[in-house]
Design a protein around this ligand. Structure first.
Ligand SMILES: C[S@@+](CC[C@H](N)C(=O)[O-])C[C@H]1O[C@@H](n2cnc3c(N)ncnc32)[C@H](O)[C@@H]1O
Length: 373
Protein backbone atom coordinates (compact mmCIF):
# COMPACT_ATOMS: atom_id res chain seq x y z
CA UNK A 1 0.00 0.00 0.00
CA UNK A 2 1.22 3.52 -0.86
CA UNK A 3 0.23 6.96 0.38
CA UNK A 4 1.04 10.46 -0.83
CA UNK A 5 1.99 13.48 1.34
CA UNK A 6 2.23 16.93 -0.15
CA UNK A 7 3.27 20.26 1.39
CA UNK A 8 2.13 23.52 -0.16
CA UNK A 9 3.74 26.73 1.08
CA UNK A 10 1.11 29.44 0.83
CA UNK A 11 -1.75 30.97 2.83
CA UNK A 12 -4.56 28.46 3.34
CA UNK A 13 -7.21 31.14 2.62
CA UNK A 14 -7.26 29.87 -0.95
CA UNK A 15 -7.22 26.10 -1.40
CA UNK A 16 -8.35 26.21 -5.03
CA UNK A 17 -5.81 23.47 -5.87
CA UNK A 18 -8.12 21.11 -3.92
CA UNK A 19 -11.40 19.97 -5.45
CA UNK A 20 -14.72 20.29 -3.61
CA UNK A 21 -15.42 17.31 -1.30
CA UNK A 22 -11.90 15.89 -1.75
CA UNK A 23 -10.87 15.74 1.93
CA UNK A 24 -12.06 13.19 4.50
CA UNK A 25 -10.65 14.81 7.64
CA UNK A 26 -9.04 18.08 8.73
CA UNK A 27 -6.70 17.89 11.73
CA UNK A 28 -5.17 21.23 12.56
CA UNK A 29 -4.14 23.89 15.03
CA UNK A 30 -4.23 27.50 13.80
CA UNK A 31 -2.12 30.35 15.18
CA UNK A 32 -3.89 31.26 18.43
CA UNK A 33 -5.50 34.72 18.34
CA UNK A 34 -4.32 36.98 21.19
CA UNK A 35 -1.38 34.74 22.11
CA UNK A 36 1.55 37.12 21.66
CA UNK A 37 3.80 34.78 19.69
CA UNK A 38 1.34 34.95 16.77
CA UNK A 39 0.68 38.76 16.81
CA UNK A 40 3.22 39.60 14.10
CA UNK A 41 1.96 36.92 11.74
CA UNK A 42 -1.63 38.19 12.04
CA UNK A 43 -0.56 41.86 11.85
CA UNK A 44 1.66 41.30 8.79
CA UNK A 45 -1.49 40.39 6.92
CA UNK A 46 -3.63 43.15 8.45
CA UNK A 47 -1.76 46.12 10.02
CA UNK A 48 -4.98 47.29 11.74
CA UNK A 49 -4.42 44.45 14.22
CA UNK A 50 -1.20 46.00 15.55
CA UNK A 51 -2.96 49.41 15.80
CA UNK A 52 -5.85 47.93 17.78
CA UNK A 53 -3.51 46.20 20.24
CA UNK A 54 -1.33 49.26 20.78
CA UNK A 55 -4.50 51.38 21.07
CA UNK A 56 -5.84 49.11 23.84
CA UNK A 57 -8.72 47.62 21.81
CA UNK A 58 -8.11 43.91 22.47
CA UNK A 59 -11.65 42.91 21.59
CA UNK A 60 -11.36 44.33 18.05
CA UNK A 61 -7.87 42.85 17.52
CA UNK A 62 -9.27 39.44 18.56
CA UNK A 63 -12.11 39.74 16.05
CA UNK A 64 -9.82 40.82 13.18
CA UNK A 65 -7.54 37.83 13.84
CA UNK A 66 -10.52 35.49 13.69
CA UNK A 67 -11.70 37.11 10.45
CA UNK A 68 -8.38 35.86 8.95
CA UNK A 69 -8.96 32.33 10.26
CA UNK A 70 -12.57 32.41 8.99
CA UNK A 71 -11.31 32.44 5.39
CA UNK A 72 -9.52 29.14 6.02
CA UNK A 73 -12.57 27.58 7.72
CA UNK A 74 -14.59 28.67 4.69
CA UNK A 75 -12.24 26.71 2.41
CA UNK A 76 -12.43 23.70 4.76
CA UNK A 77 -16.22 23.72 4.40
CA UNK A 78 -15.82 23.52 0.63
CA UNK A 79 -13.22 20.73 0.48
CA UNK A 80 -14.48 18.45 3.29
CA UNK A 81 -16.78 15.73 1.95
CA UNK A 82 -20.19 14.96 3.38
CA UNK A 83 -19.70 12.89 6.51
CA UNK A 84 -16.10 14.17 6.86
CA UNK A 85 -14.69 15.61 10.09
CA UNK A 86 -12.78 18.69 11.23
CA UNK A 87 -10.74 18.58 14.46
CA UNK A 88 -9.31 21.89 15.67
CA UNK A 89 -6.81 22.10 18.52
CA UNK A 90 -7.11 25.58 20.06
CA UNK A 91 -6.44 27.27 23.39
CA UNK A 92 -8.09 30.37 24.79
CA UNK A 93 -5.87 33.35 25.62
CA UNK A 94 -5.57 35.43 28.78
CA UNK A 95 -4.02 38.84 28.18
CA UNK A 96 -3.74 42.40 29.41
CA UNK A 97 -4.29 44.93 26.59
CA UNK A 98 -4.02 48.52 27.78
CA UNK A 99 -5.36 48.40 31.33
CA UNK A 100 -7.77 45.56 30.67
CA UNK A 101 -7.03 41.92 31.55
CA UNK A 102 -9.46 39.37 30.17
CA UNK A 103 -10.01 35.98 28.56
CA UNK A 104 -10.25 35.76 24.77
CA UNK A 105 -12.42 32.74 24.07
CA UNK A 106 -10.92 31.38 20.85
CA UNK A 107 -12.70 28.04 21.15
CA UNK A 108 -16.17 29.57 21.20
CA UNK A 109 -15.41 32.02 18.35
CA UNK A 110 -14.18 29.14 16.15
CA UNK A 111 -17.20 27.00 17.08
CA UNK A 112 -19.57 29.79 16.01
CA UNK A 113 -17.68 30.20 12.76
CA UNK A 114 -17.74 26.50 11.81
CA UNK A 115 -21.38 26.12 12.79
CA UNK A 116 -22.24 29.05 10.49
CA UNK A 117 -20.43 27.30 7.66
CA UNK A 118 -22.64 24.23 8.01
CA UNK A 119 -20.52 22.01 10.29
CA UNK A 120 -22.20 20.30 13.24
CA UNK A 121 -20.51 20.35 16.63
CA UNK A 122 -19.74 16.99 18.23
CA UNK A 123 -18.46 16.41 21.78
CA UNK A 124 -15.12 18.17 22.20
CA UNK A 125 -12.02 16.95 24.04
CA UNK A 126 -10.25 18.88 26.78
CA UNK A 127 -6.51 18.43 26.47
CA UNK A 128 -5.08 19.02 29.91
CA UNK A 129 -1.52 20.34 29.83
CA UNK A 130 -0.59 20.79 33.42
CA UNK A 131 2.17 23.27 34.21
CA UNK A 132 4.39 23.14 37.26
CA UNK A 133 5.77 26.66 36.74
CA UNK A 134 6.12 28.37 40.15
CA UNK A 135 4.68 31.64 38.74
CA UNK A 136 1.62 30.05 37.19
CA UNK A 137 -0.93 31.89 39.37
CA UNK A 138 -1.94 35.35 38.15
CA UNK A 139 -3.31 38.38 39.94
CA UNK A 140 -3.76 39.42 43.54
CA UNK A 141 -2.24 36.40 45.26
CA UNK A 142 -4.05 35.36 48.45
CA UNK A 143 -6.38 38.40 48.52
CA UNK A 144 -9.79 38.38 46.88
CA UNK A 145 -10.94 39.04 44.26
CA UNK A 146 -8.38 39.97 41.66
CA UNK A 147 -6.78 36.60 41.06
CA UNK A 148 -7.41 34.54 37.95
CA UNK A 149 -7.65 30.83 37.34
CA UNK A 150 -4.64 29.47 35.43
CA UNK A 151 -5.38 28.05 32.00
CA UNK A 152 -3.92 24.56 31.91
CA UNK A 153 -6.00 23.10 29.15
CA UNK A 154 -6.68 23.46 25.46
CA UNK A 155 -9.61 22.28 23.37
CA UNK A 156 -9.89 19.80 20.56
CA UNK A 157 -13.07 20.87 18.82
CA UNK A 158 -14.74 18.20 16.71
CA UNK A 159 -17.16 18.91 13.86
CA UNK A 160 -18.84 16.86 11.16
CA UNK A 161 -19.97 18.04 7.76
CA UNK A 162 -23.48 16.80 6.99
CA UNK A 163 -24.77 13.38 7.96
CA UNK A 164 -22.89 10.24 8.97
CA UNK A 165 -20.50 8.92 6.34
CA UNK A 166 -21.75 6.19 4.04
CA UNK A 167 -19.05 3.59 3.23
CA UNK A 168 -19.05 2.36 -0.34
CA UNK A 169 -17.09 -0.27 -2.32
CA UNK A 170 -13.60 -0.96 -0.95
CA UNK A 171 -14.10 1.79 1.70
CA UNK A 172 -15.84 -0.95 3.71
CA UNK A 173 -12.71 -3.10 3.68
CA UNK A 174 -10.50 -0.12 4.59
CA UNK A 175 -12.82 0.56 7.50
CA UNK A 176 -12.38 -2.96 8.89
CA UNK A 177 -8.58 -2.70 8.60
CA UNK A 178 -8.65 0.71 10.32
CA UNK A 179 -10.30 -0.53 13.53
CA UNK A 180 -8.55 0.38 16.79
CA UNK A 181 -8.23 -1.77 19.90
CA UNK A 182 -11.10 -1.92 22.41
CA UNK A 183 -8.76 -0.71 25.15
CA UNK A 184 -7.58 2.20 22.95
CA UNK A 185 -11.20 3.18 22.34
CA UNK A 186 -11.75 3.44 26.10
CA UNK A 187 -8.95 6.01 26.42
CA UNK A 188 -9.19 7.86 23.11
CA UNK A 189 -12.94 8.47 23.32
CA UNK A 190 -12.76 10.03 26.76
CA UNK A 191 -13.39 13.80 26.78
CA UNK A 192 -10.24 14.45 28.84
CA UNK A 193 -6.78 13.78 27.43
CA UNK A 194 -3.83 14.18 29.68
CA UNK A 195 -0.43 14.24 28.04
CA UNK A 196 2.43 16.69 27.85
CA UNK A 197 2.96 19.22 25.09
CA UNK A 198 5.85 18.76 22.73
CA UNK A 199 9.21 20.46 22.31
CA UNK A 200 8.72 23.86 20.67
CA UNK A 201 12.21 25.03 19.77
CA UNK A 202 12.92 25.17 16.08
CA UNK A 203 16.43 24.11 15.11
CA UNK A 204 18.51 26.54 13.02
CA UNK A 205 15.59 28.87 12.39
CA UNK A 206 16.46 32.55 12.04
CA UNK A 207 12.86 33.51 11.53
CA UNK A 208 11.02 31.70 14.31
CA UNK A 209 12.15 30.43 17.69
CA UNK A 210 9.05 28.39 18.49
CA UNK A 211 7.04 26.00 16.34
CA UNK A 212 3.67 25.93 18.14
CA UNK A 213 3.71 22.18 17.36
CA UNK A 214 1.30 19.75 18.94
CA UNK A 215 2.40 16.26 20.03
CA UNK A 216 2.34 13.38 17.55
CA UNK A 217 0.00 11.50 19.89
CA UNK A 218 -2.72 14.15 19.50
CA UNK A 219 -2.78 13.98 15.68
CA UNK A 220 -2.31 10.19 15.68
CA UNK A 221 -5.36 9.58 17.85
CA UNK A 222 -7.59 11.99 15.92
CA UNK A 223 -6.63 10.53 12.55
CA UNK A 224 -7.35 7.00 13.79
CA UNK A 225 -10.61 8.06 15.42
CA UNK A 226 -12.11 10.07 12.54
CA UNK A 227 -10.74 8.65 9.28
CA UNK A 228 -9.65 5.36 7.78
CA UNK A 229 -6.75 3.96 5.77
CA UNK A 230 -6.37 5.44 2.27
CA UNK A 231 -8.37 8.58 3.25
CA UNK A 232 -7.02 12.10 2.74
CA UNK A 233 -6.24 14.28 5.75
CA UNK A 234 -5.76 18.05 5.37
CA UNK A 235 -3.82 20.31 7.71
CA UNK A 236 -4.22 23.93 6.55
CA UNK A 237 -1.85 25.19 9.31
CA UNK A 238 0.79 22.48 8.94
CA UNK A 239 3.72 24.02 10.86
CA UNK A 240 6.43 21.38 11.27
CA UNK A 241 4.32 18.63 9.66
CA UNK A 242 3.15 16.66 12.72
CA UNK A 243 -0.18 15.87 11.05
CA UNK A 244 1.63 14.47 8.00
CA UNK A 245 3.77 12.21 10.20
CA UNK A 246 0.66 10.94 12.01
CA UNK A 247 -1.06 10.41 8.64
CA UNK A 248 1.93 8.37 7.44
CA UNK A 249 1.83 6.31 10.64
CA UNK A 250 -1.86 5.62 10.03
CA UNK A 251 -1.77 4.84 6.30
CA UNK A 252 -3.67 7.98 5.25
CA UNK A 253 -2.74 10.47 2.50
CA UNK A 254 -2.14 14.05 3.56
CA UNK A 255 -2.22 17.59 2.19
CA UNK A 256 -0.36 20.11 4.31
CA UNK A 257 -0.52 23.88 3.82
CA UNK A 258 1.88 26.24 5.59
CA UNK A 259 2.39 29.96 5.08
CA UNK A 260 5.96 29.99 6.40
CA UNK A 261 8.18 28.45 3.73
CA UNK A 262 11.16 28.67 6.11
CA UNK A 263 9.78 25.53 7.74
CA UNK A 264 10.42 23.45 4.62
CA UNK A 265 13.92 22.45 5.81
CA UNK A 266 12.62 21.25 9.19
CA UNK A 267 9.83 19.33 7.46
CA UNK A 268 12.23 17.69 5.04
CA UNK A 269 14.58 16.61 7.87
CA UNK A 270 11.61 15.23 9.82
CA UNK A 271 10.35 13.24 6.83
CA UNK A 272 13.81 11.82 6.18
CA UNK A 273 14.10 10.41 9.68
CA UNK A 274 10.46 9.68 10.62
CA UNK A 275 10.21 5.97 9.79
CA UNK A 276 11.87 4.64 12.94
CA UNK A 277 9.76 6.73 15.34
CA UNK A 278 6.59 5.78 13.48
CA UNK A 279 7.41 2.08 13.49
CA UNK A 280 8.32 2.20 17.17
CA UNK A 281 4.93 3.78 17.92
CA UNK A 282 3.13 0.95 16.12
CA UNK A 283 5.28 -1.67 17.86
CA UNK A 284 4.44 -0.02 21.16
CA UNK A 285 0.74 -0.23 20.28
CA UNK A 286 1.18 -3.92 19.63
CA UNK A 287 3.17 -4.41 22.84
CA UNK A 288 0.51 -2.60 24.89
CA UNK A 289 -2.15 -4.82 23.38
CA UNK A 290 -0.22 -7.97 24.25
CA UNK A 291 0.12 -6.71 27.82
CA UNK A 292 -3.61 -5.96 27.88
CA UNK A 293 -4.40 -9.54 26.77
CA UNK A 294 -2.10 -10.98 29.43
CA UNK A 295 -3.62 -8.84 32.21
CA UNK A 296 -7.19 -9.53 31.08
CA UNK A 297 -6.71 -13.27 30.77
CA UNK A 298 -4.93 -13.54 34.14
CA UNK A 299 -7.64 -11.49 35.89
CA UNK A 300 -10.63 -13.23 34.30
CA UNK A 301 -9.18 -16.72 33.97
CA UNK A 302 -10.41 -16.98 30.36
CA UNK A 303 -9.22 -16.07 26.87
CA UNK A 304 -10.42 -13.11 24.84
CA UNK A 305 -13.15 -14.28 22.50
CA UNK A 306 -11.81 -13.35 19.05
CA UNK A 307 -8.63 -13.74 17.02
CA UNK A 308 -7.25 -10.96 14.87
CA UNK A 309 -6.51 -12.33 11.38
CA UNK A 310 -3.57 -10.19 10.17
CA UNK A 311 -1.58 -10.43 13.43
CA UNK A 312 -2.82 -13.61 15.09
CA UNK A 313 -3.29 -12.12 18.57
CA UNK A 314 -6.53 -12.30 20.48
CA UNK A 315 -8.86 -9.27 20.63
CA UNK A 316 -11.84 -8.23 22.72
CA UNK A 317 -14.45 -7.66 20.02
CA UNK A 318 -15.53 -8.91 16.62
CA UNK A 319 -14.87 -5.43 15.17
CA UNK A 320 -11.11 -5.84 15.81
CA UNK A 321 -10.72 -9.03 13.77
CA UNK A 322 -9.27 -7.28 10.71
CA UNK A 323 -7.49 -4.45 12.54
CA UNK A 324 -4.19 -4.04 10.67
CA UNK A 325 -1.21 -2.29 12.23
CA UNK A 326 0.93 -0.70 9.53
CA UNK A 327 4.68 -0.19 9.42
CA UNK A 328 6.52 2.17 7.11
CA UNK A 329 8.77 0.45 4.60
CA UNK A 330 10.00 3.62 2.94
CA UNK A 331 9.36 7.38 2.80
CA UNK A 332 10.79 8.77 -0.41
CA UNK A 333 10.77 12.22 -1.94
CA UNK A 334 8.54 12.19 -5.00
CA UNK A 335 8.60 15.93 -5.80
CA UNK A 336 9.82 19.31 -4.52
CA UNK A 337 7.67 19.10 -1.35
CA UNK A 338 6.05 15.75 -1.86
CA UNK A 339 6.68 12.36 -0.26
CA UNK A 340 5.51 8.89 -1.20
CA UNK A 341 5.23 6.32 1.56
CA UNK A 342 5.26 2.56 1.11
CA UNK A 343 3.46 0.73 3.92
CA UNK A 344 3.43 -2.90 4.95
CA UNK A 345 1.63 -4.86 7.64
CA UNK A 346 3.57 -4.75 10.92
CA UNK A 347 5.60 -7.92 11.44
CA UNK A 348 4.67 -10.76 13.80
CA UNK A 349 3.62 -9.67 17.27
CA UNK A 350 6.55 -9.38 19.66
CA UNK A 351 6.19 -11.38 22.89
CA UNK A 352 5.17 -9.53 26.02
CA UNK A 353 7.99 -7.68 27.78
CA UNK A 354 10.46 -8.00 24.93
CA UNK A 355 12.18 -4.62 24.61
CA UNK A 356 10.85 -2.88 21.51
CA UNK A 357 13.90 -1.51 19.70
CA UNK A 358 14.96 0.44 22.74
CA UNK A 359 11.59 2.19 23.15
CA UNK A 360 10.78 2.55 26.81
CA UNK A 361 7.39 1.06 27.56
CA UNK A 362 5.22 3.86 28.86
CA UNK A 363 1.53 4.50 28.77
CA UNK A 364 0.54 6.03 25.39
CA UNK A 365 -0.51 9.08 27.45
CA UNK A 366 3.10 9.86 28.08
CA UNK A 367 4.60 9.00 24.73
CA UNK A 368 7.10 11.57 23.69
CA UNK A 369 8.45 10.17 20.47
CA UNK A 370 10.87 12.37 18.70
CA UNK A 371 10.73 12.82 14.94
CA UNK A 372 14.03 14.54 14.34
CA UNK A 373 12.99 17.85 15.97
C1 LIG B 1 -0.04 26.41 15.84
S1 LIG B 1 1.00 26.29 14.46
C2 LIG B 1 0.70 24.66 13.87
C3 LIG B 1 1.75 23.69 14.34
C4 LIG B 1 1.57 22.29 13.80
N1 LIG B 1 0.36 21.65 14.28
C5 LIG B 1 2.78 21.42 14.22
O1 LIG B 1 2.59 20.42 14.91
O2 LIG B 1 3.91 21.80 13.88
C6 LIG B 1 0.17 27.27 13.25
C7 LIG B 1 0.87 27.34 11.90
O3 LIG B 1 0.02 28.01 10.96
C8 LIG B 1 0.82 28.78 10.09
N2 LIG B 1 -0.09 29.79 9.47
C9 LIG B 1 -0.55 30.93 10.01
N3 LIG B 1 -1.44 31.52 9.19
C10 LIG B 1 -1.55 30.72 8.10
C11 LIG B 1 -2.34 30.76 6.91
N4 LIG B 1 -3.20 31.74 6.67
N5 LIG B 1 -2.21 29.74 6.04
C12 LIG B 1 -1.35 28.71 6.27
N6 LIG B 1 -0.57 28.63 7.37
C13 LIG B 1 -0.69 29.60 8.29
C14 LIG B 1 1.90 29.32 10.99
O4 LIG B 1 3.06 29.71 10.27
C15 LIG B 1 2.17 28.13 11.93
O5 LIG B 1 3.22 27.33 11.46
Amino acid sequence: MKTDHVFVFQAADDLSFLADDSVDLVVTSPPYPMIEMWDTQFADRNPQIADKISGGDGRRAFELMHVQLDQVWHECARVVRDGGFVCVNIGDATRKVGENFRLYTNHSRITISLERLGFQSLPAIIWRKQTNAPNKFMGSGMLPSGAYVTLEHEYILVFRMGDKRVFKGNERQHRQRSAFFWEERNVWFSDLWDFKGTRQTLPNSDARQRSGAYPFELAFRLINMYSQQADTVLDPFAGTGTTAIAAIASGRNSVNVEIDSELSGVINDTMRTASEGINNRQLLRCEHHLQFIQRFEEDKGRSLAYTNEPHGFRVMTKQERFLTLLAVEQIKKSGESRYETVHKTLGPATPVSTPVHGVELVSPNQDQLSFGL
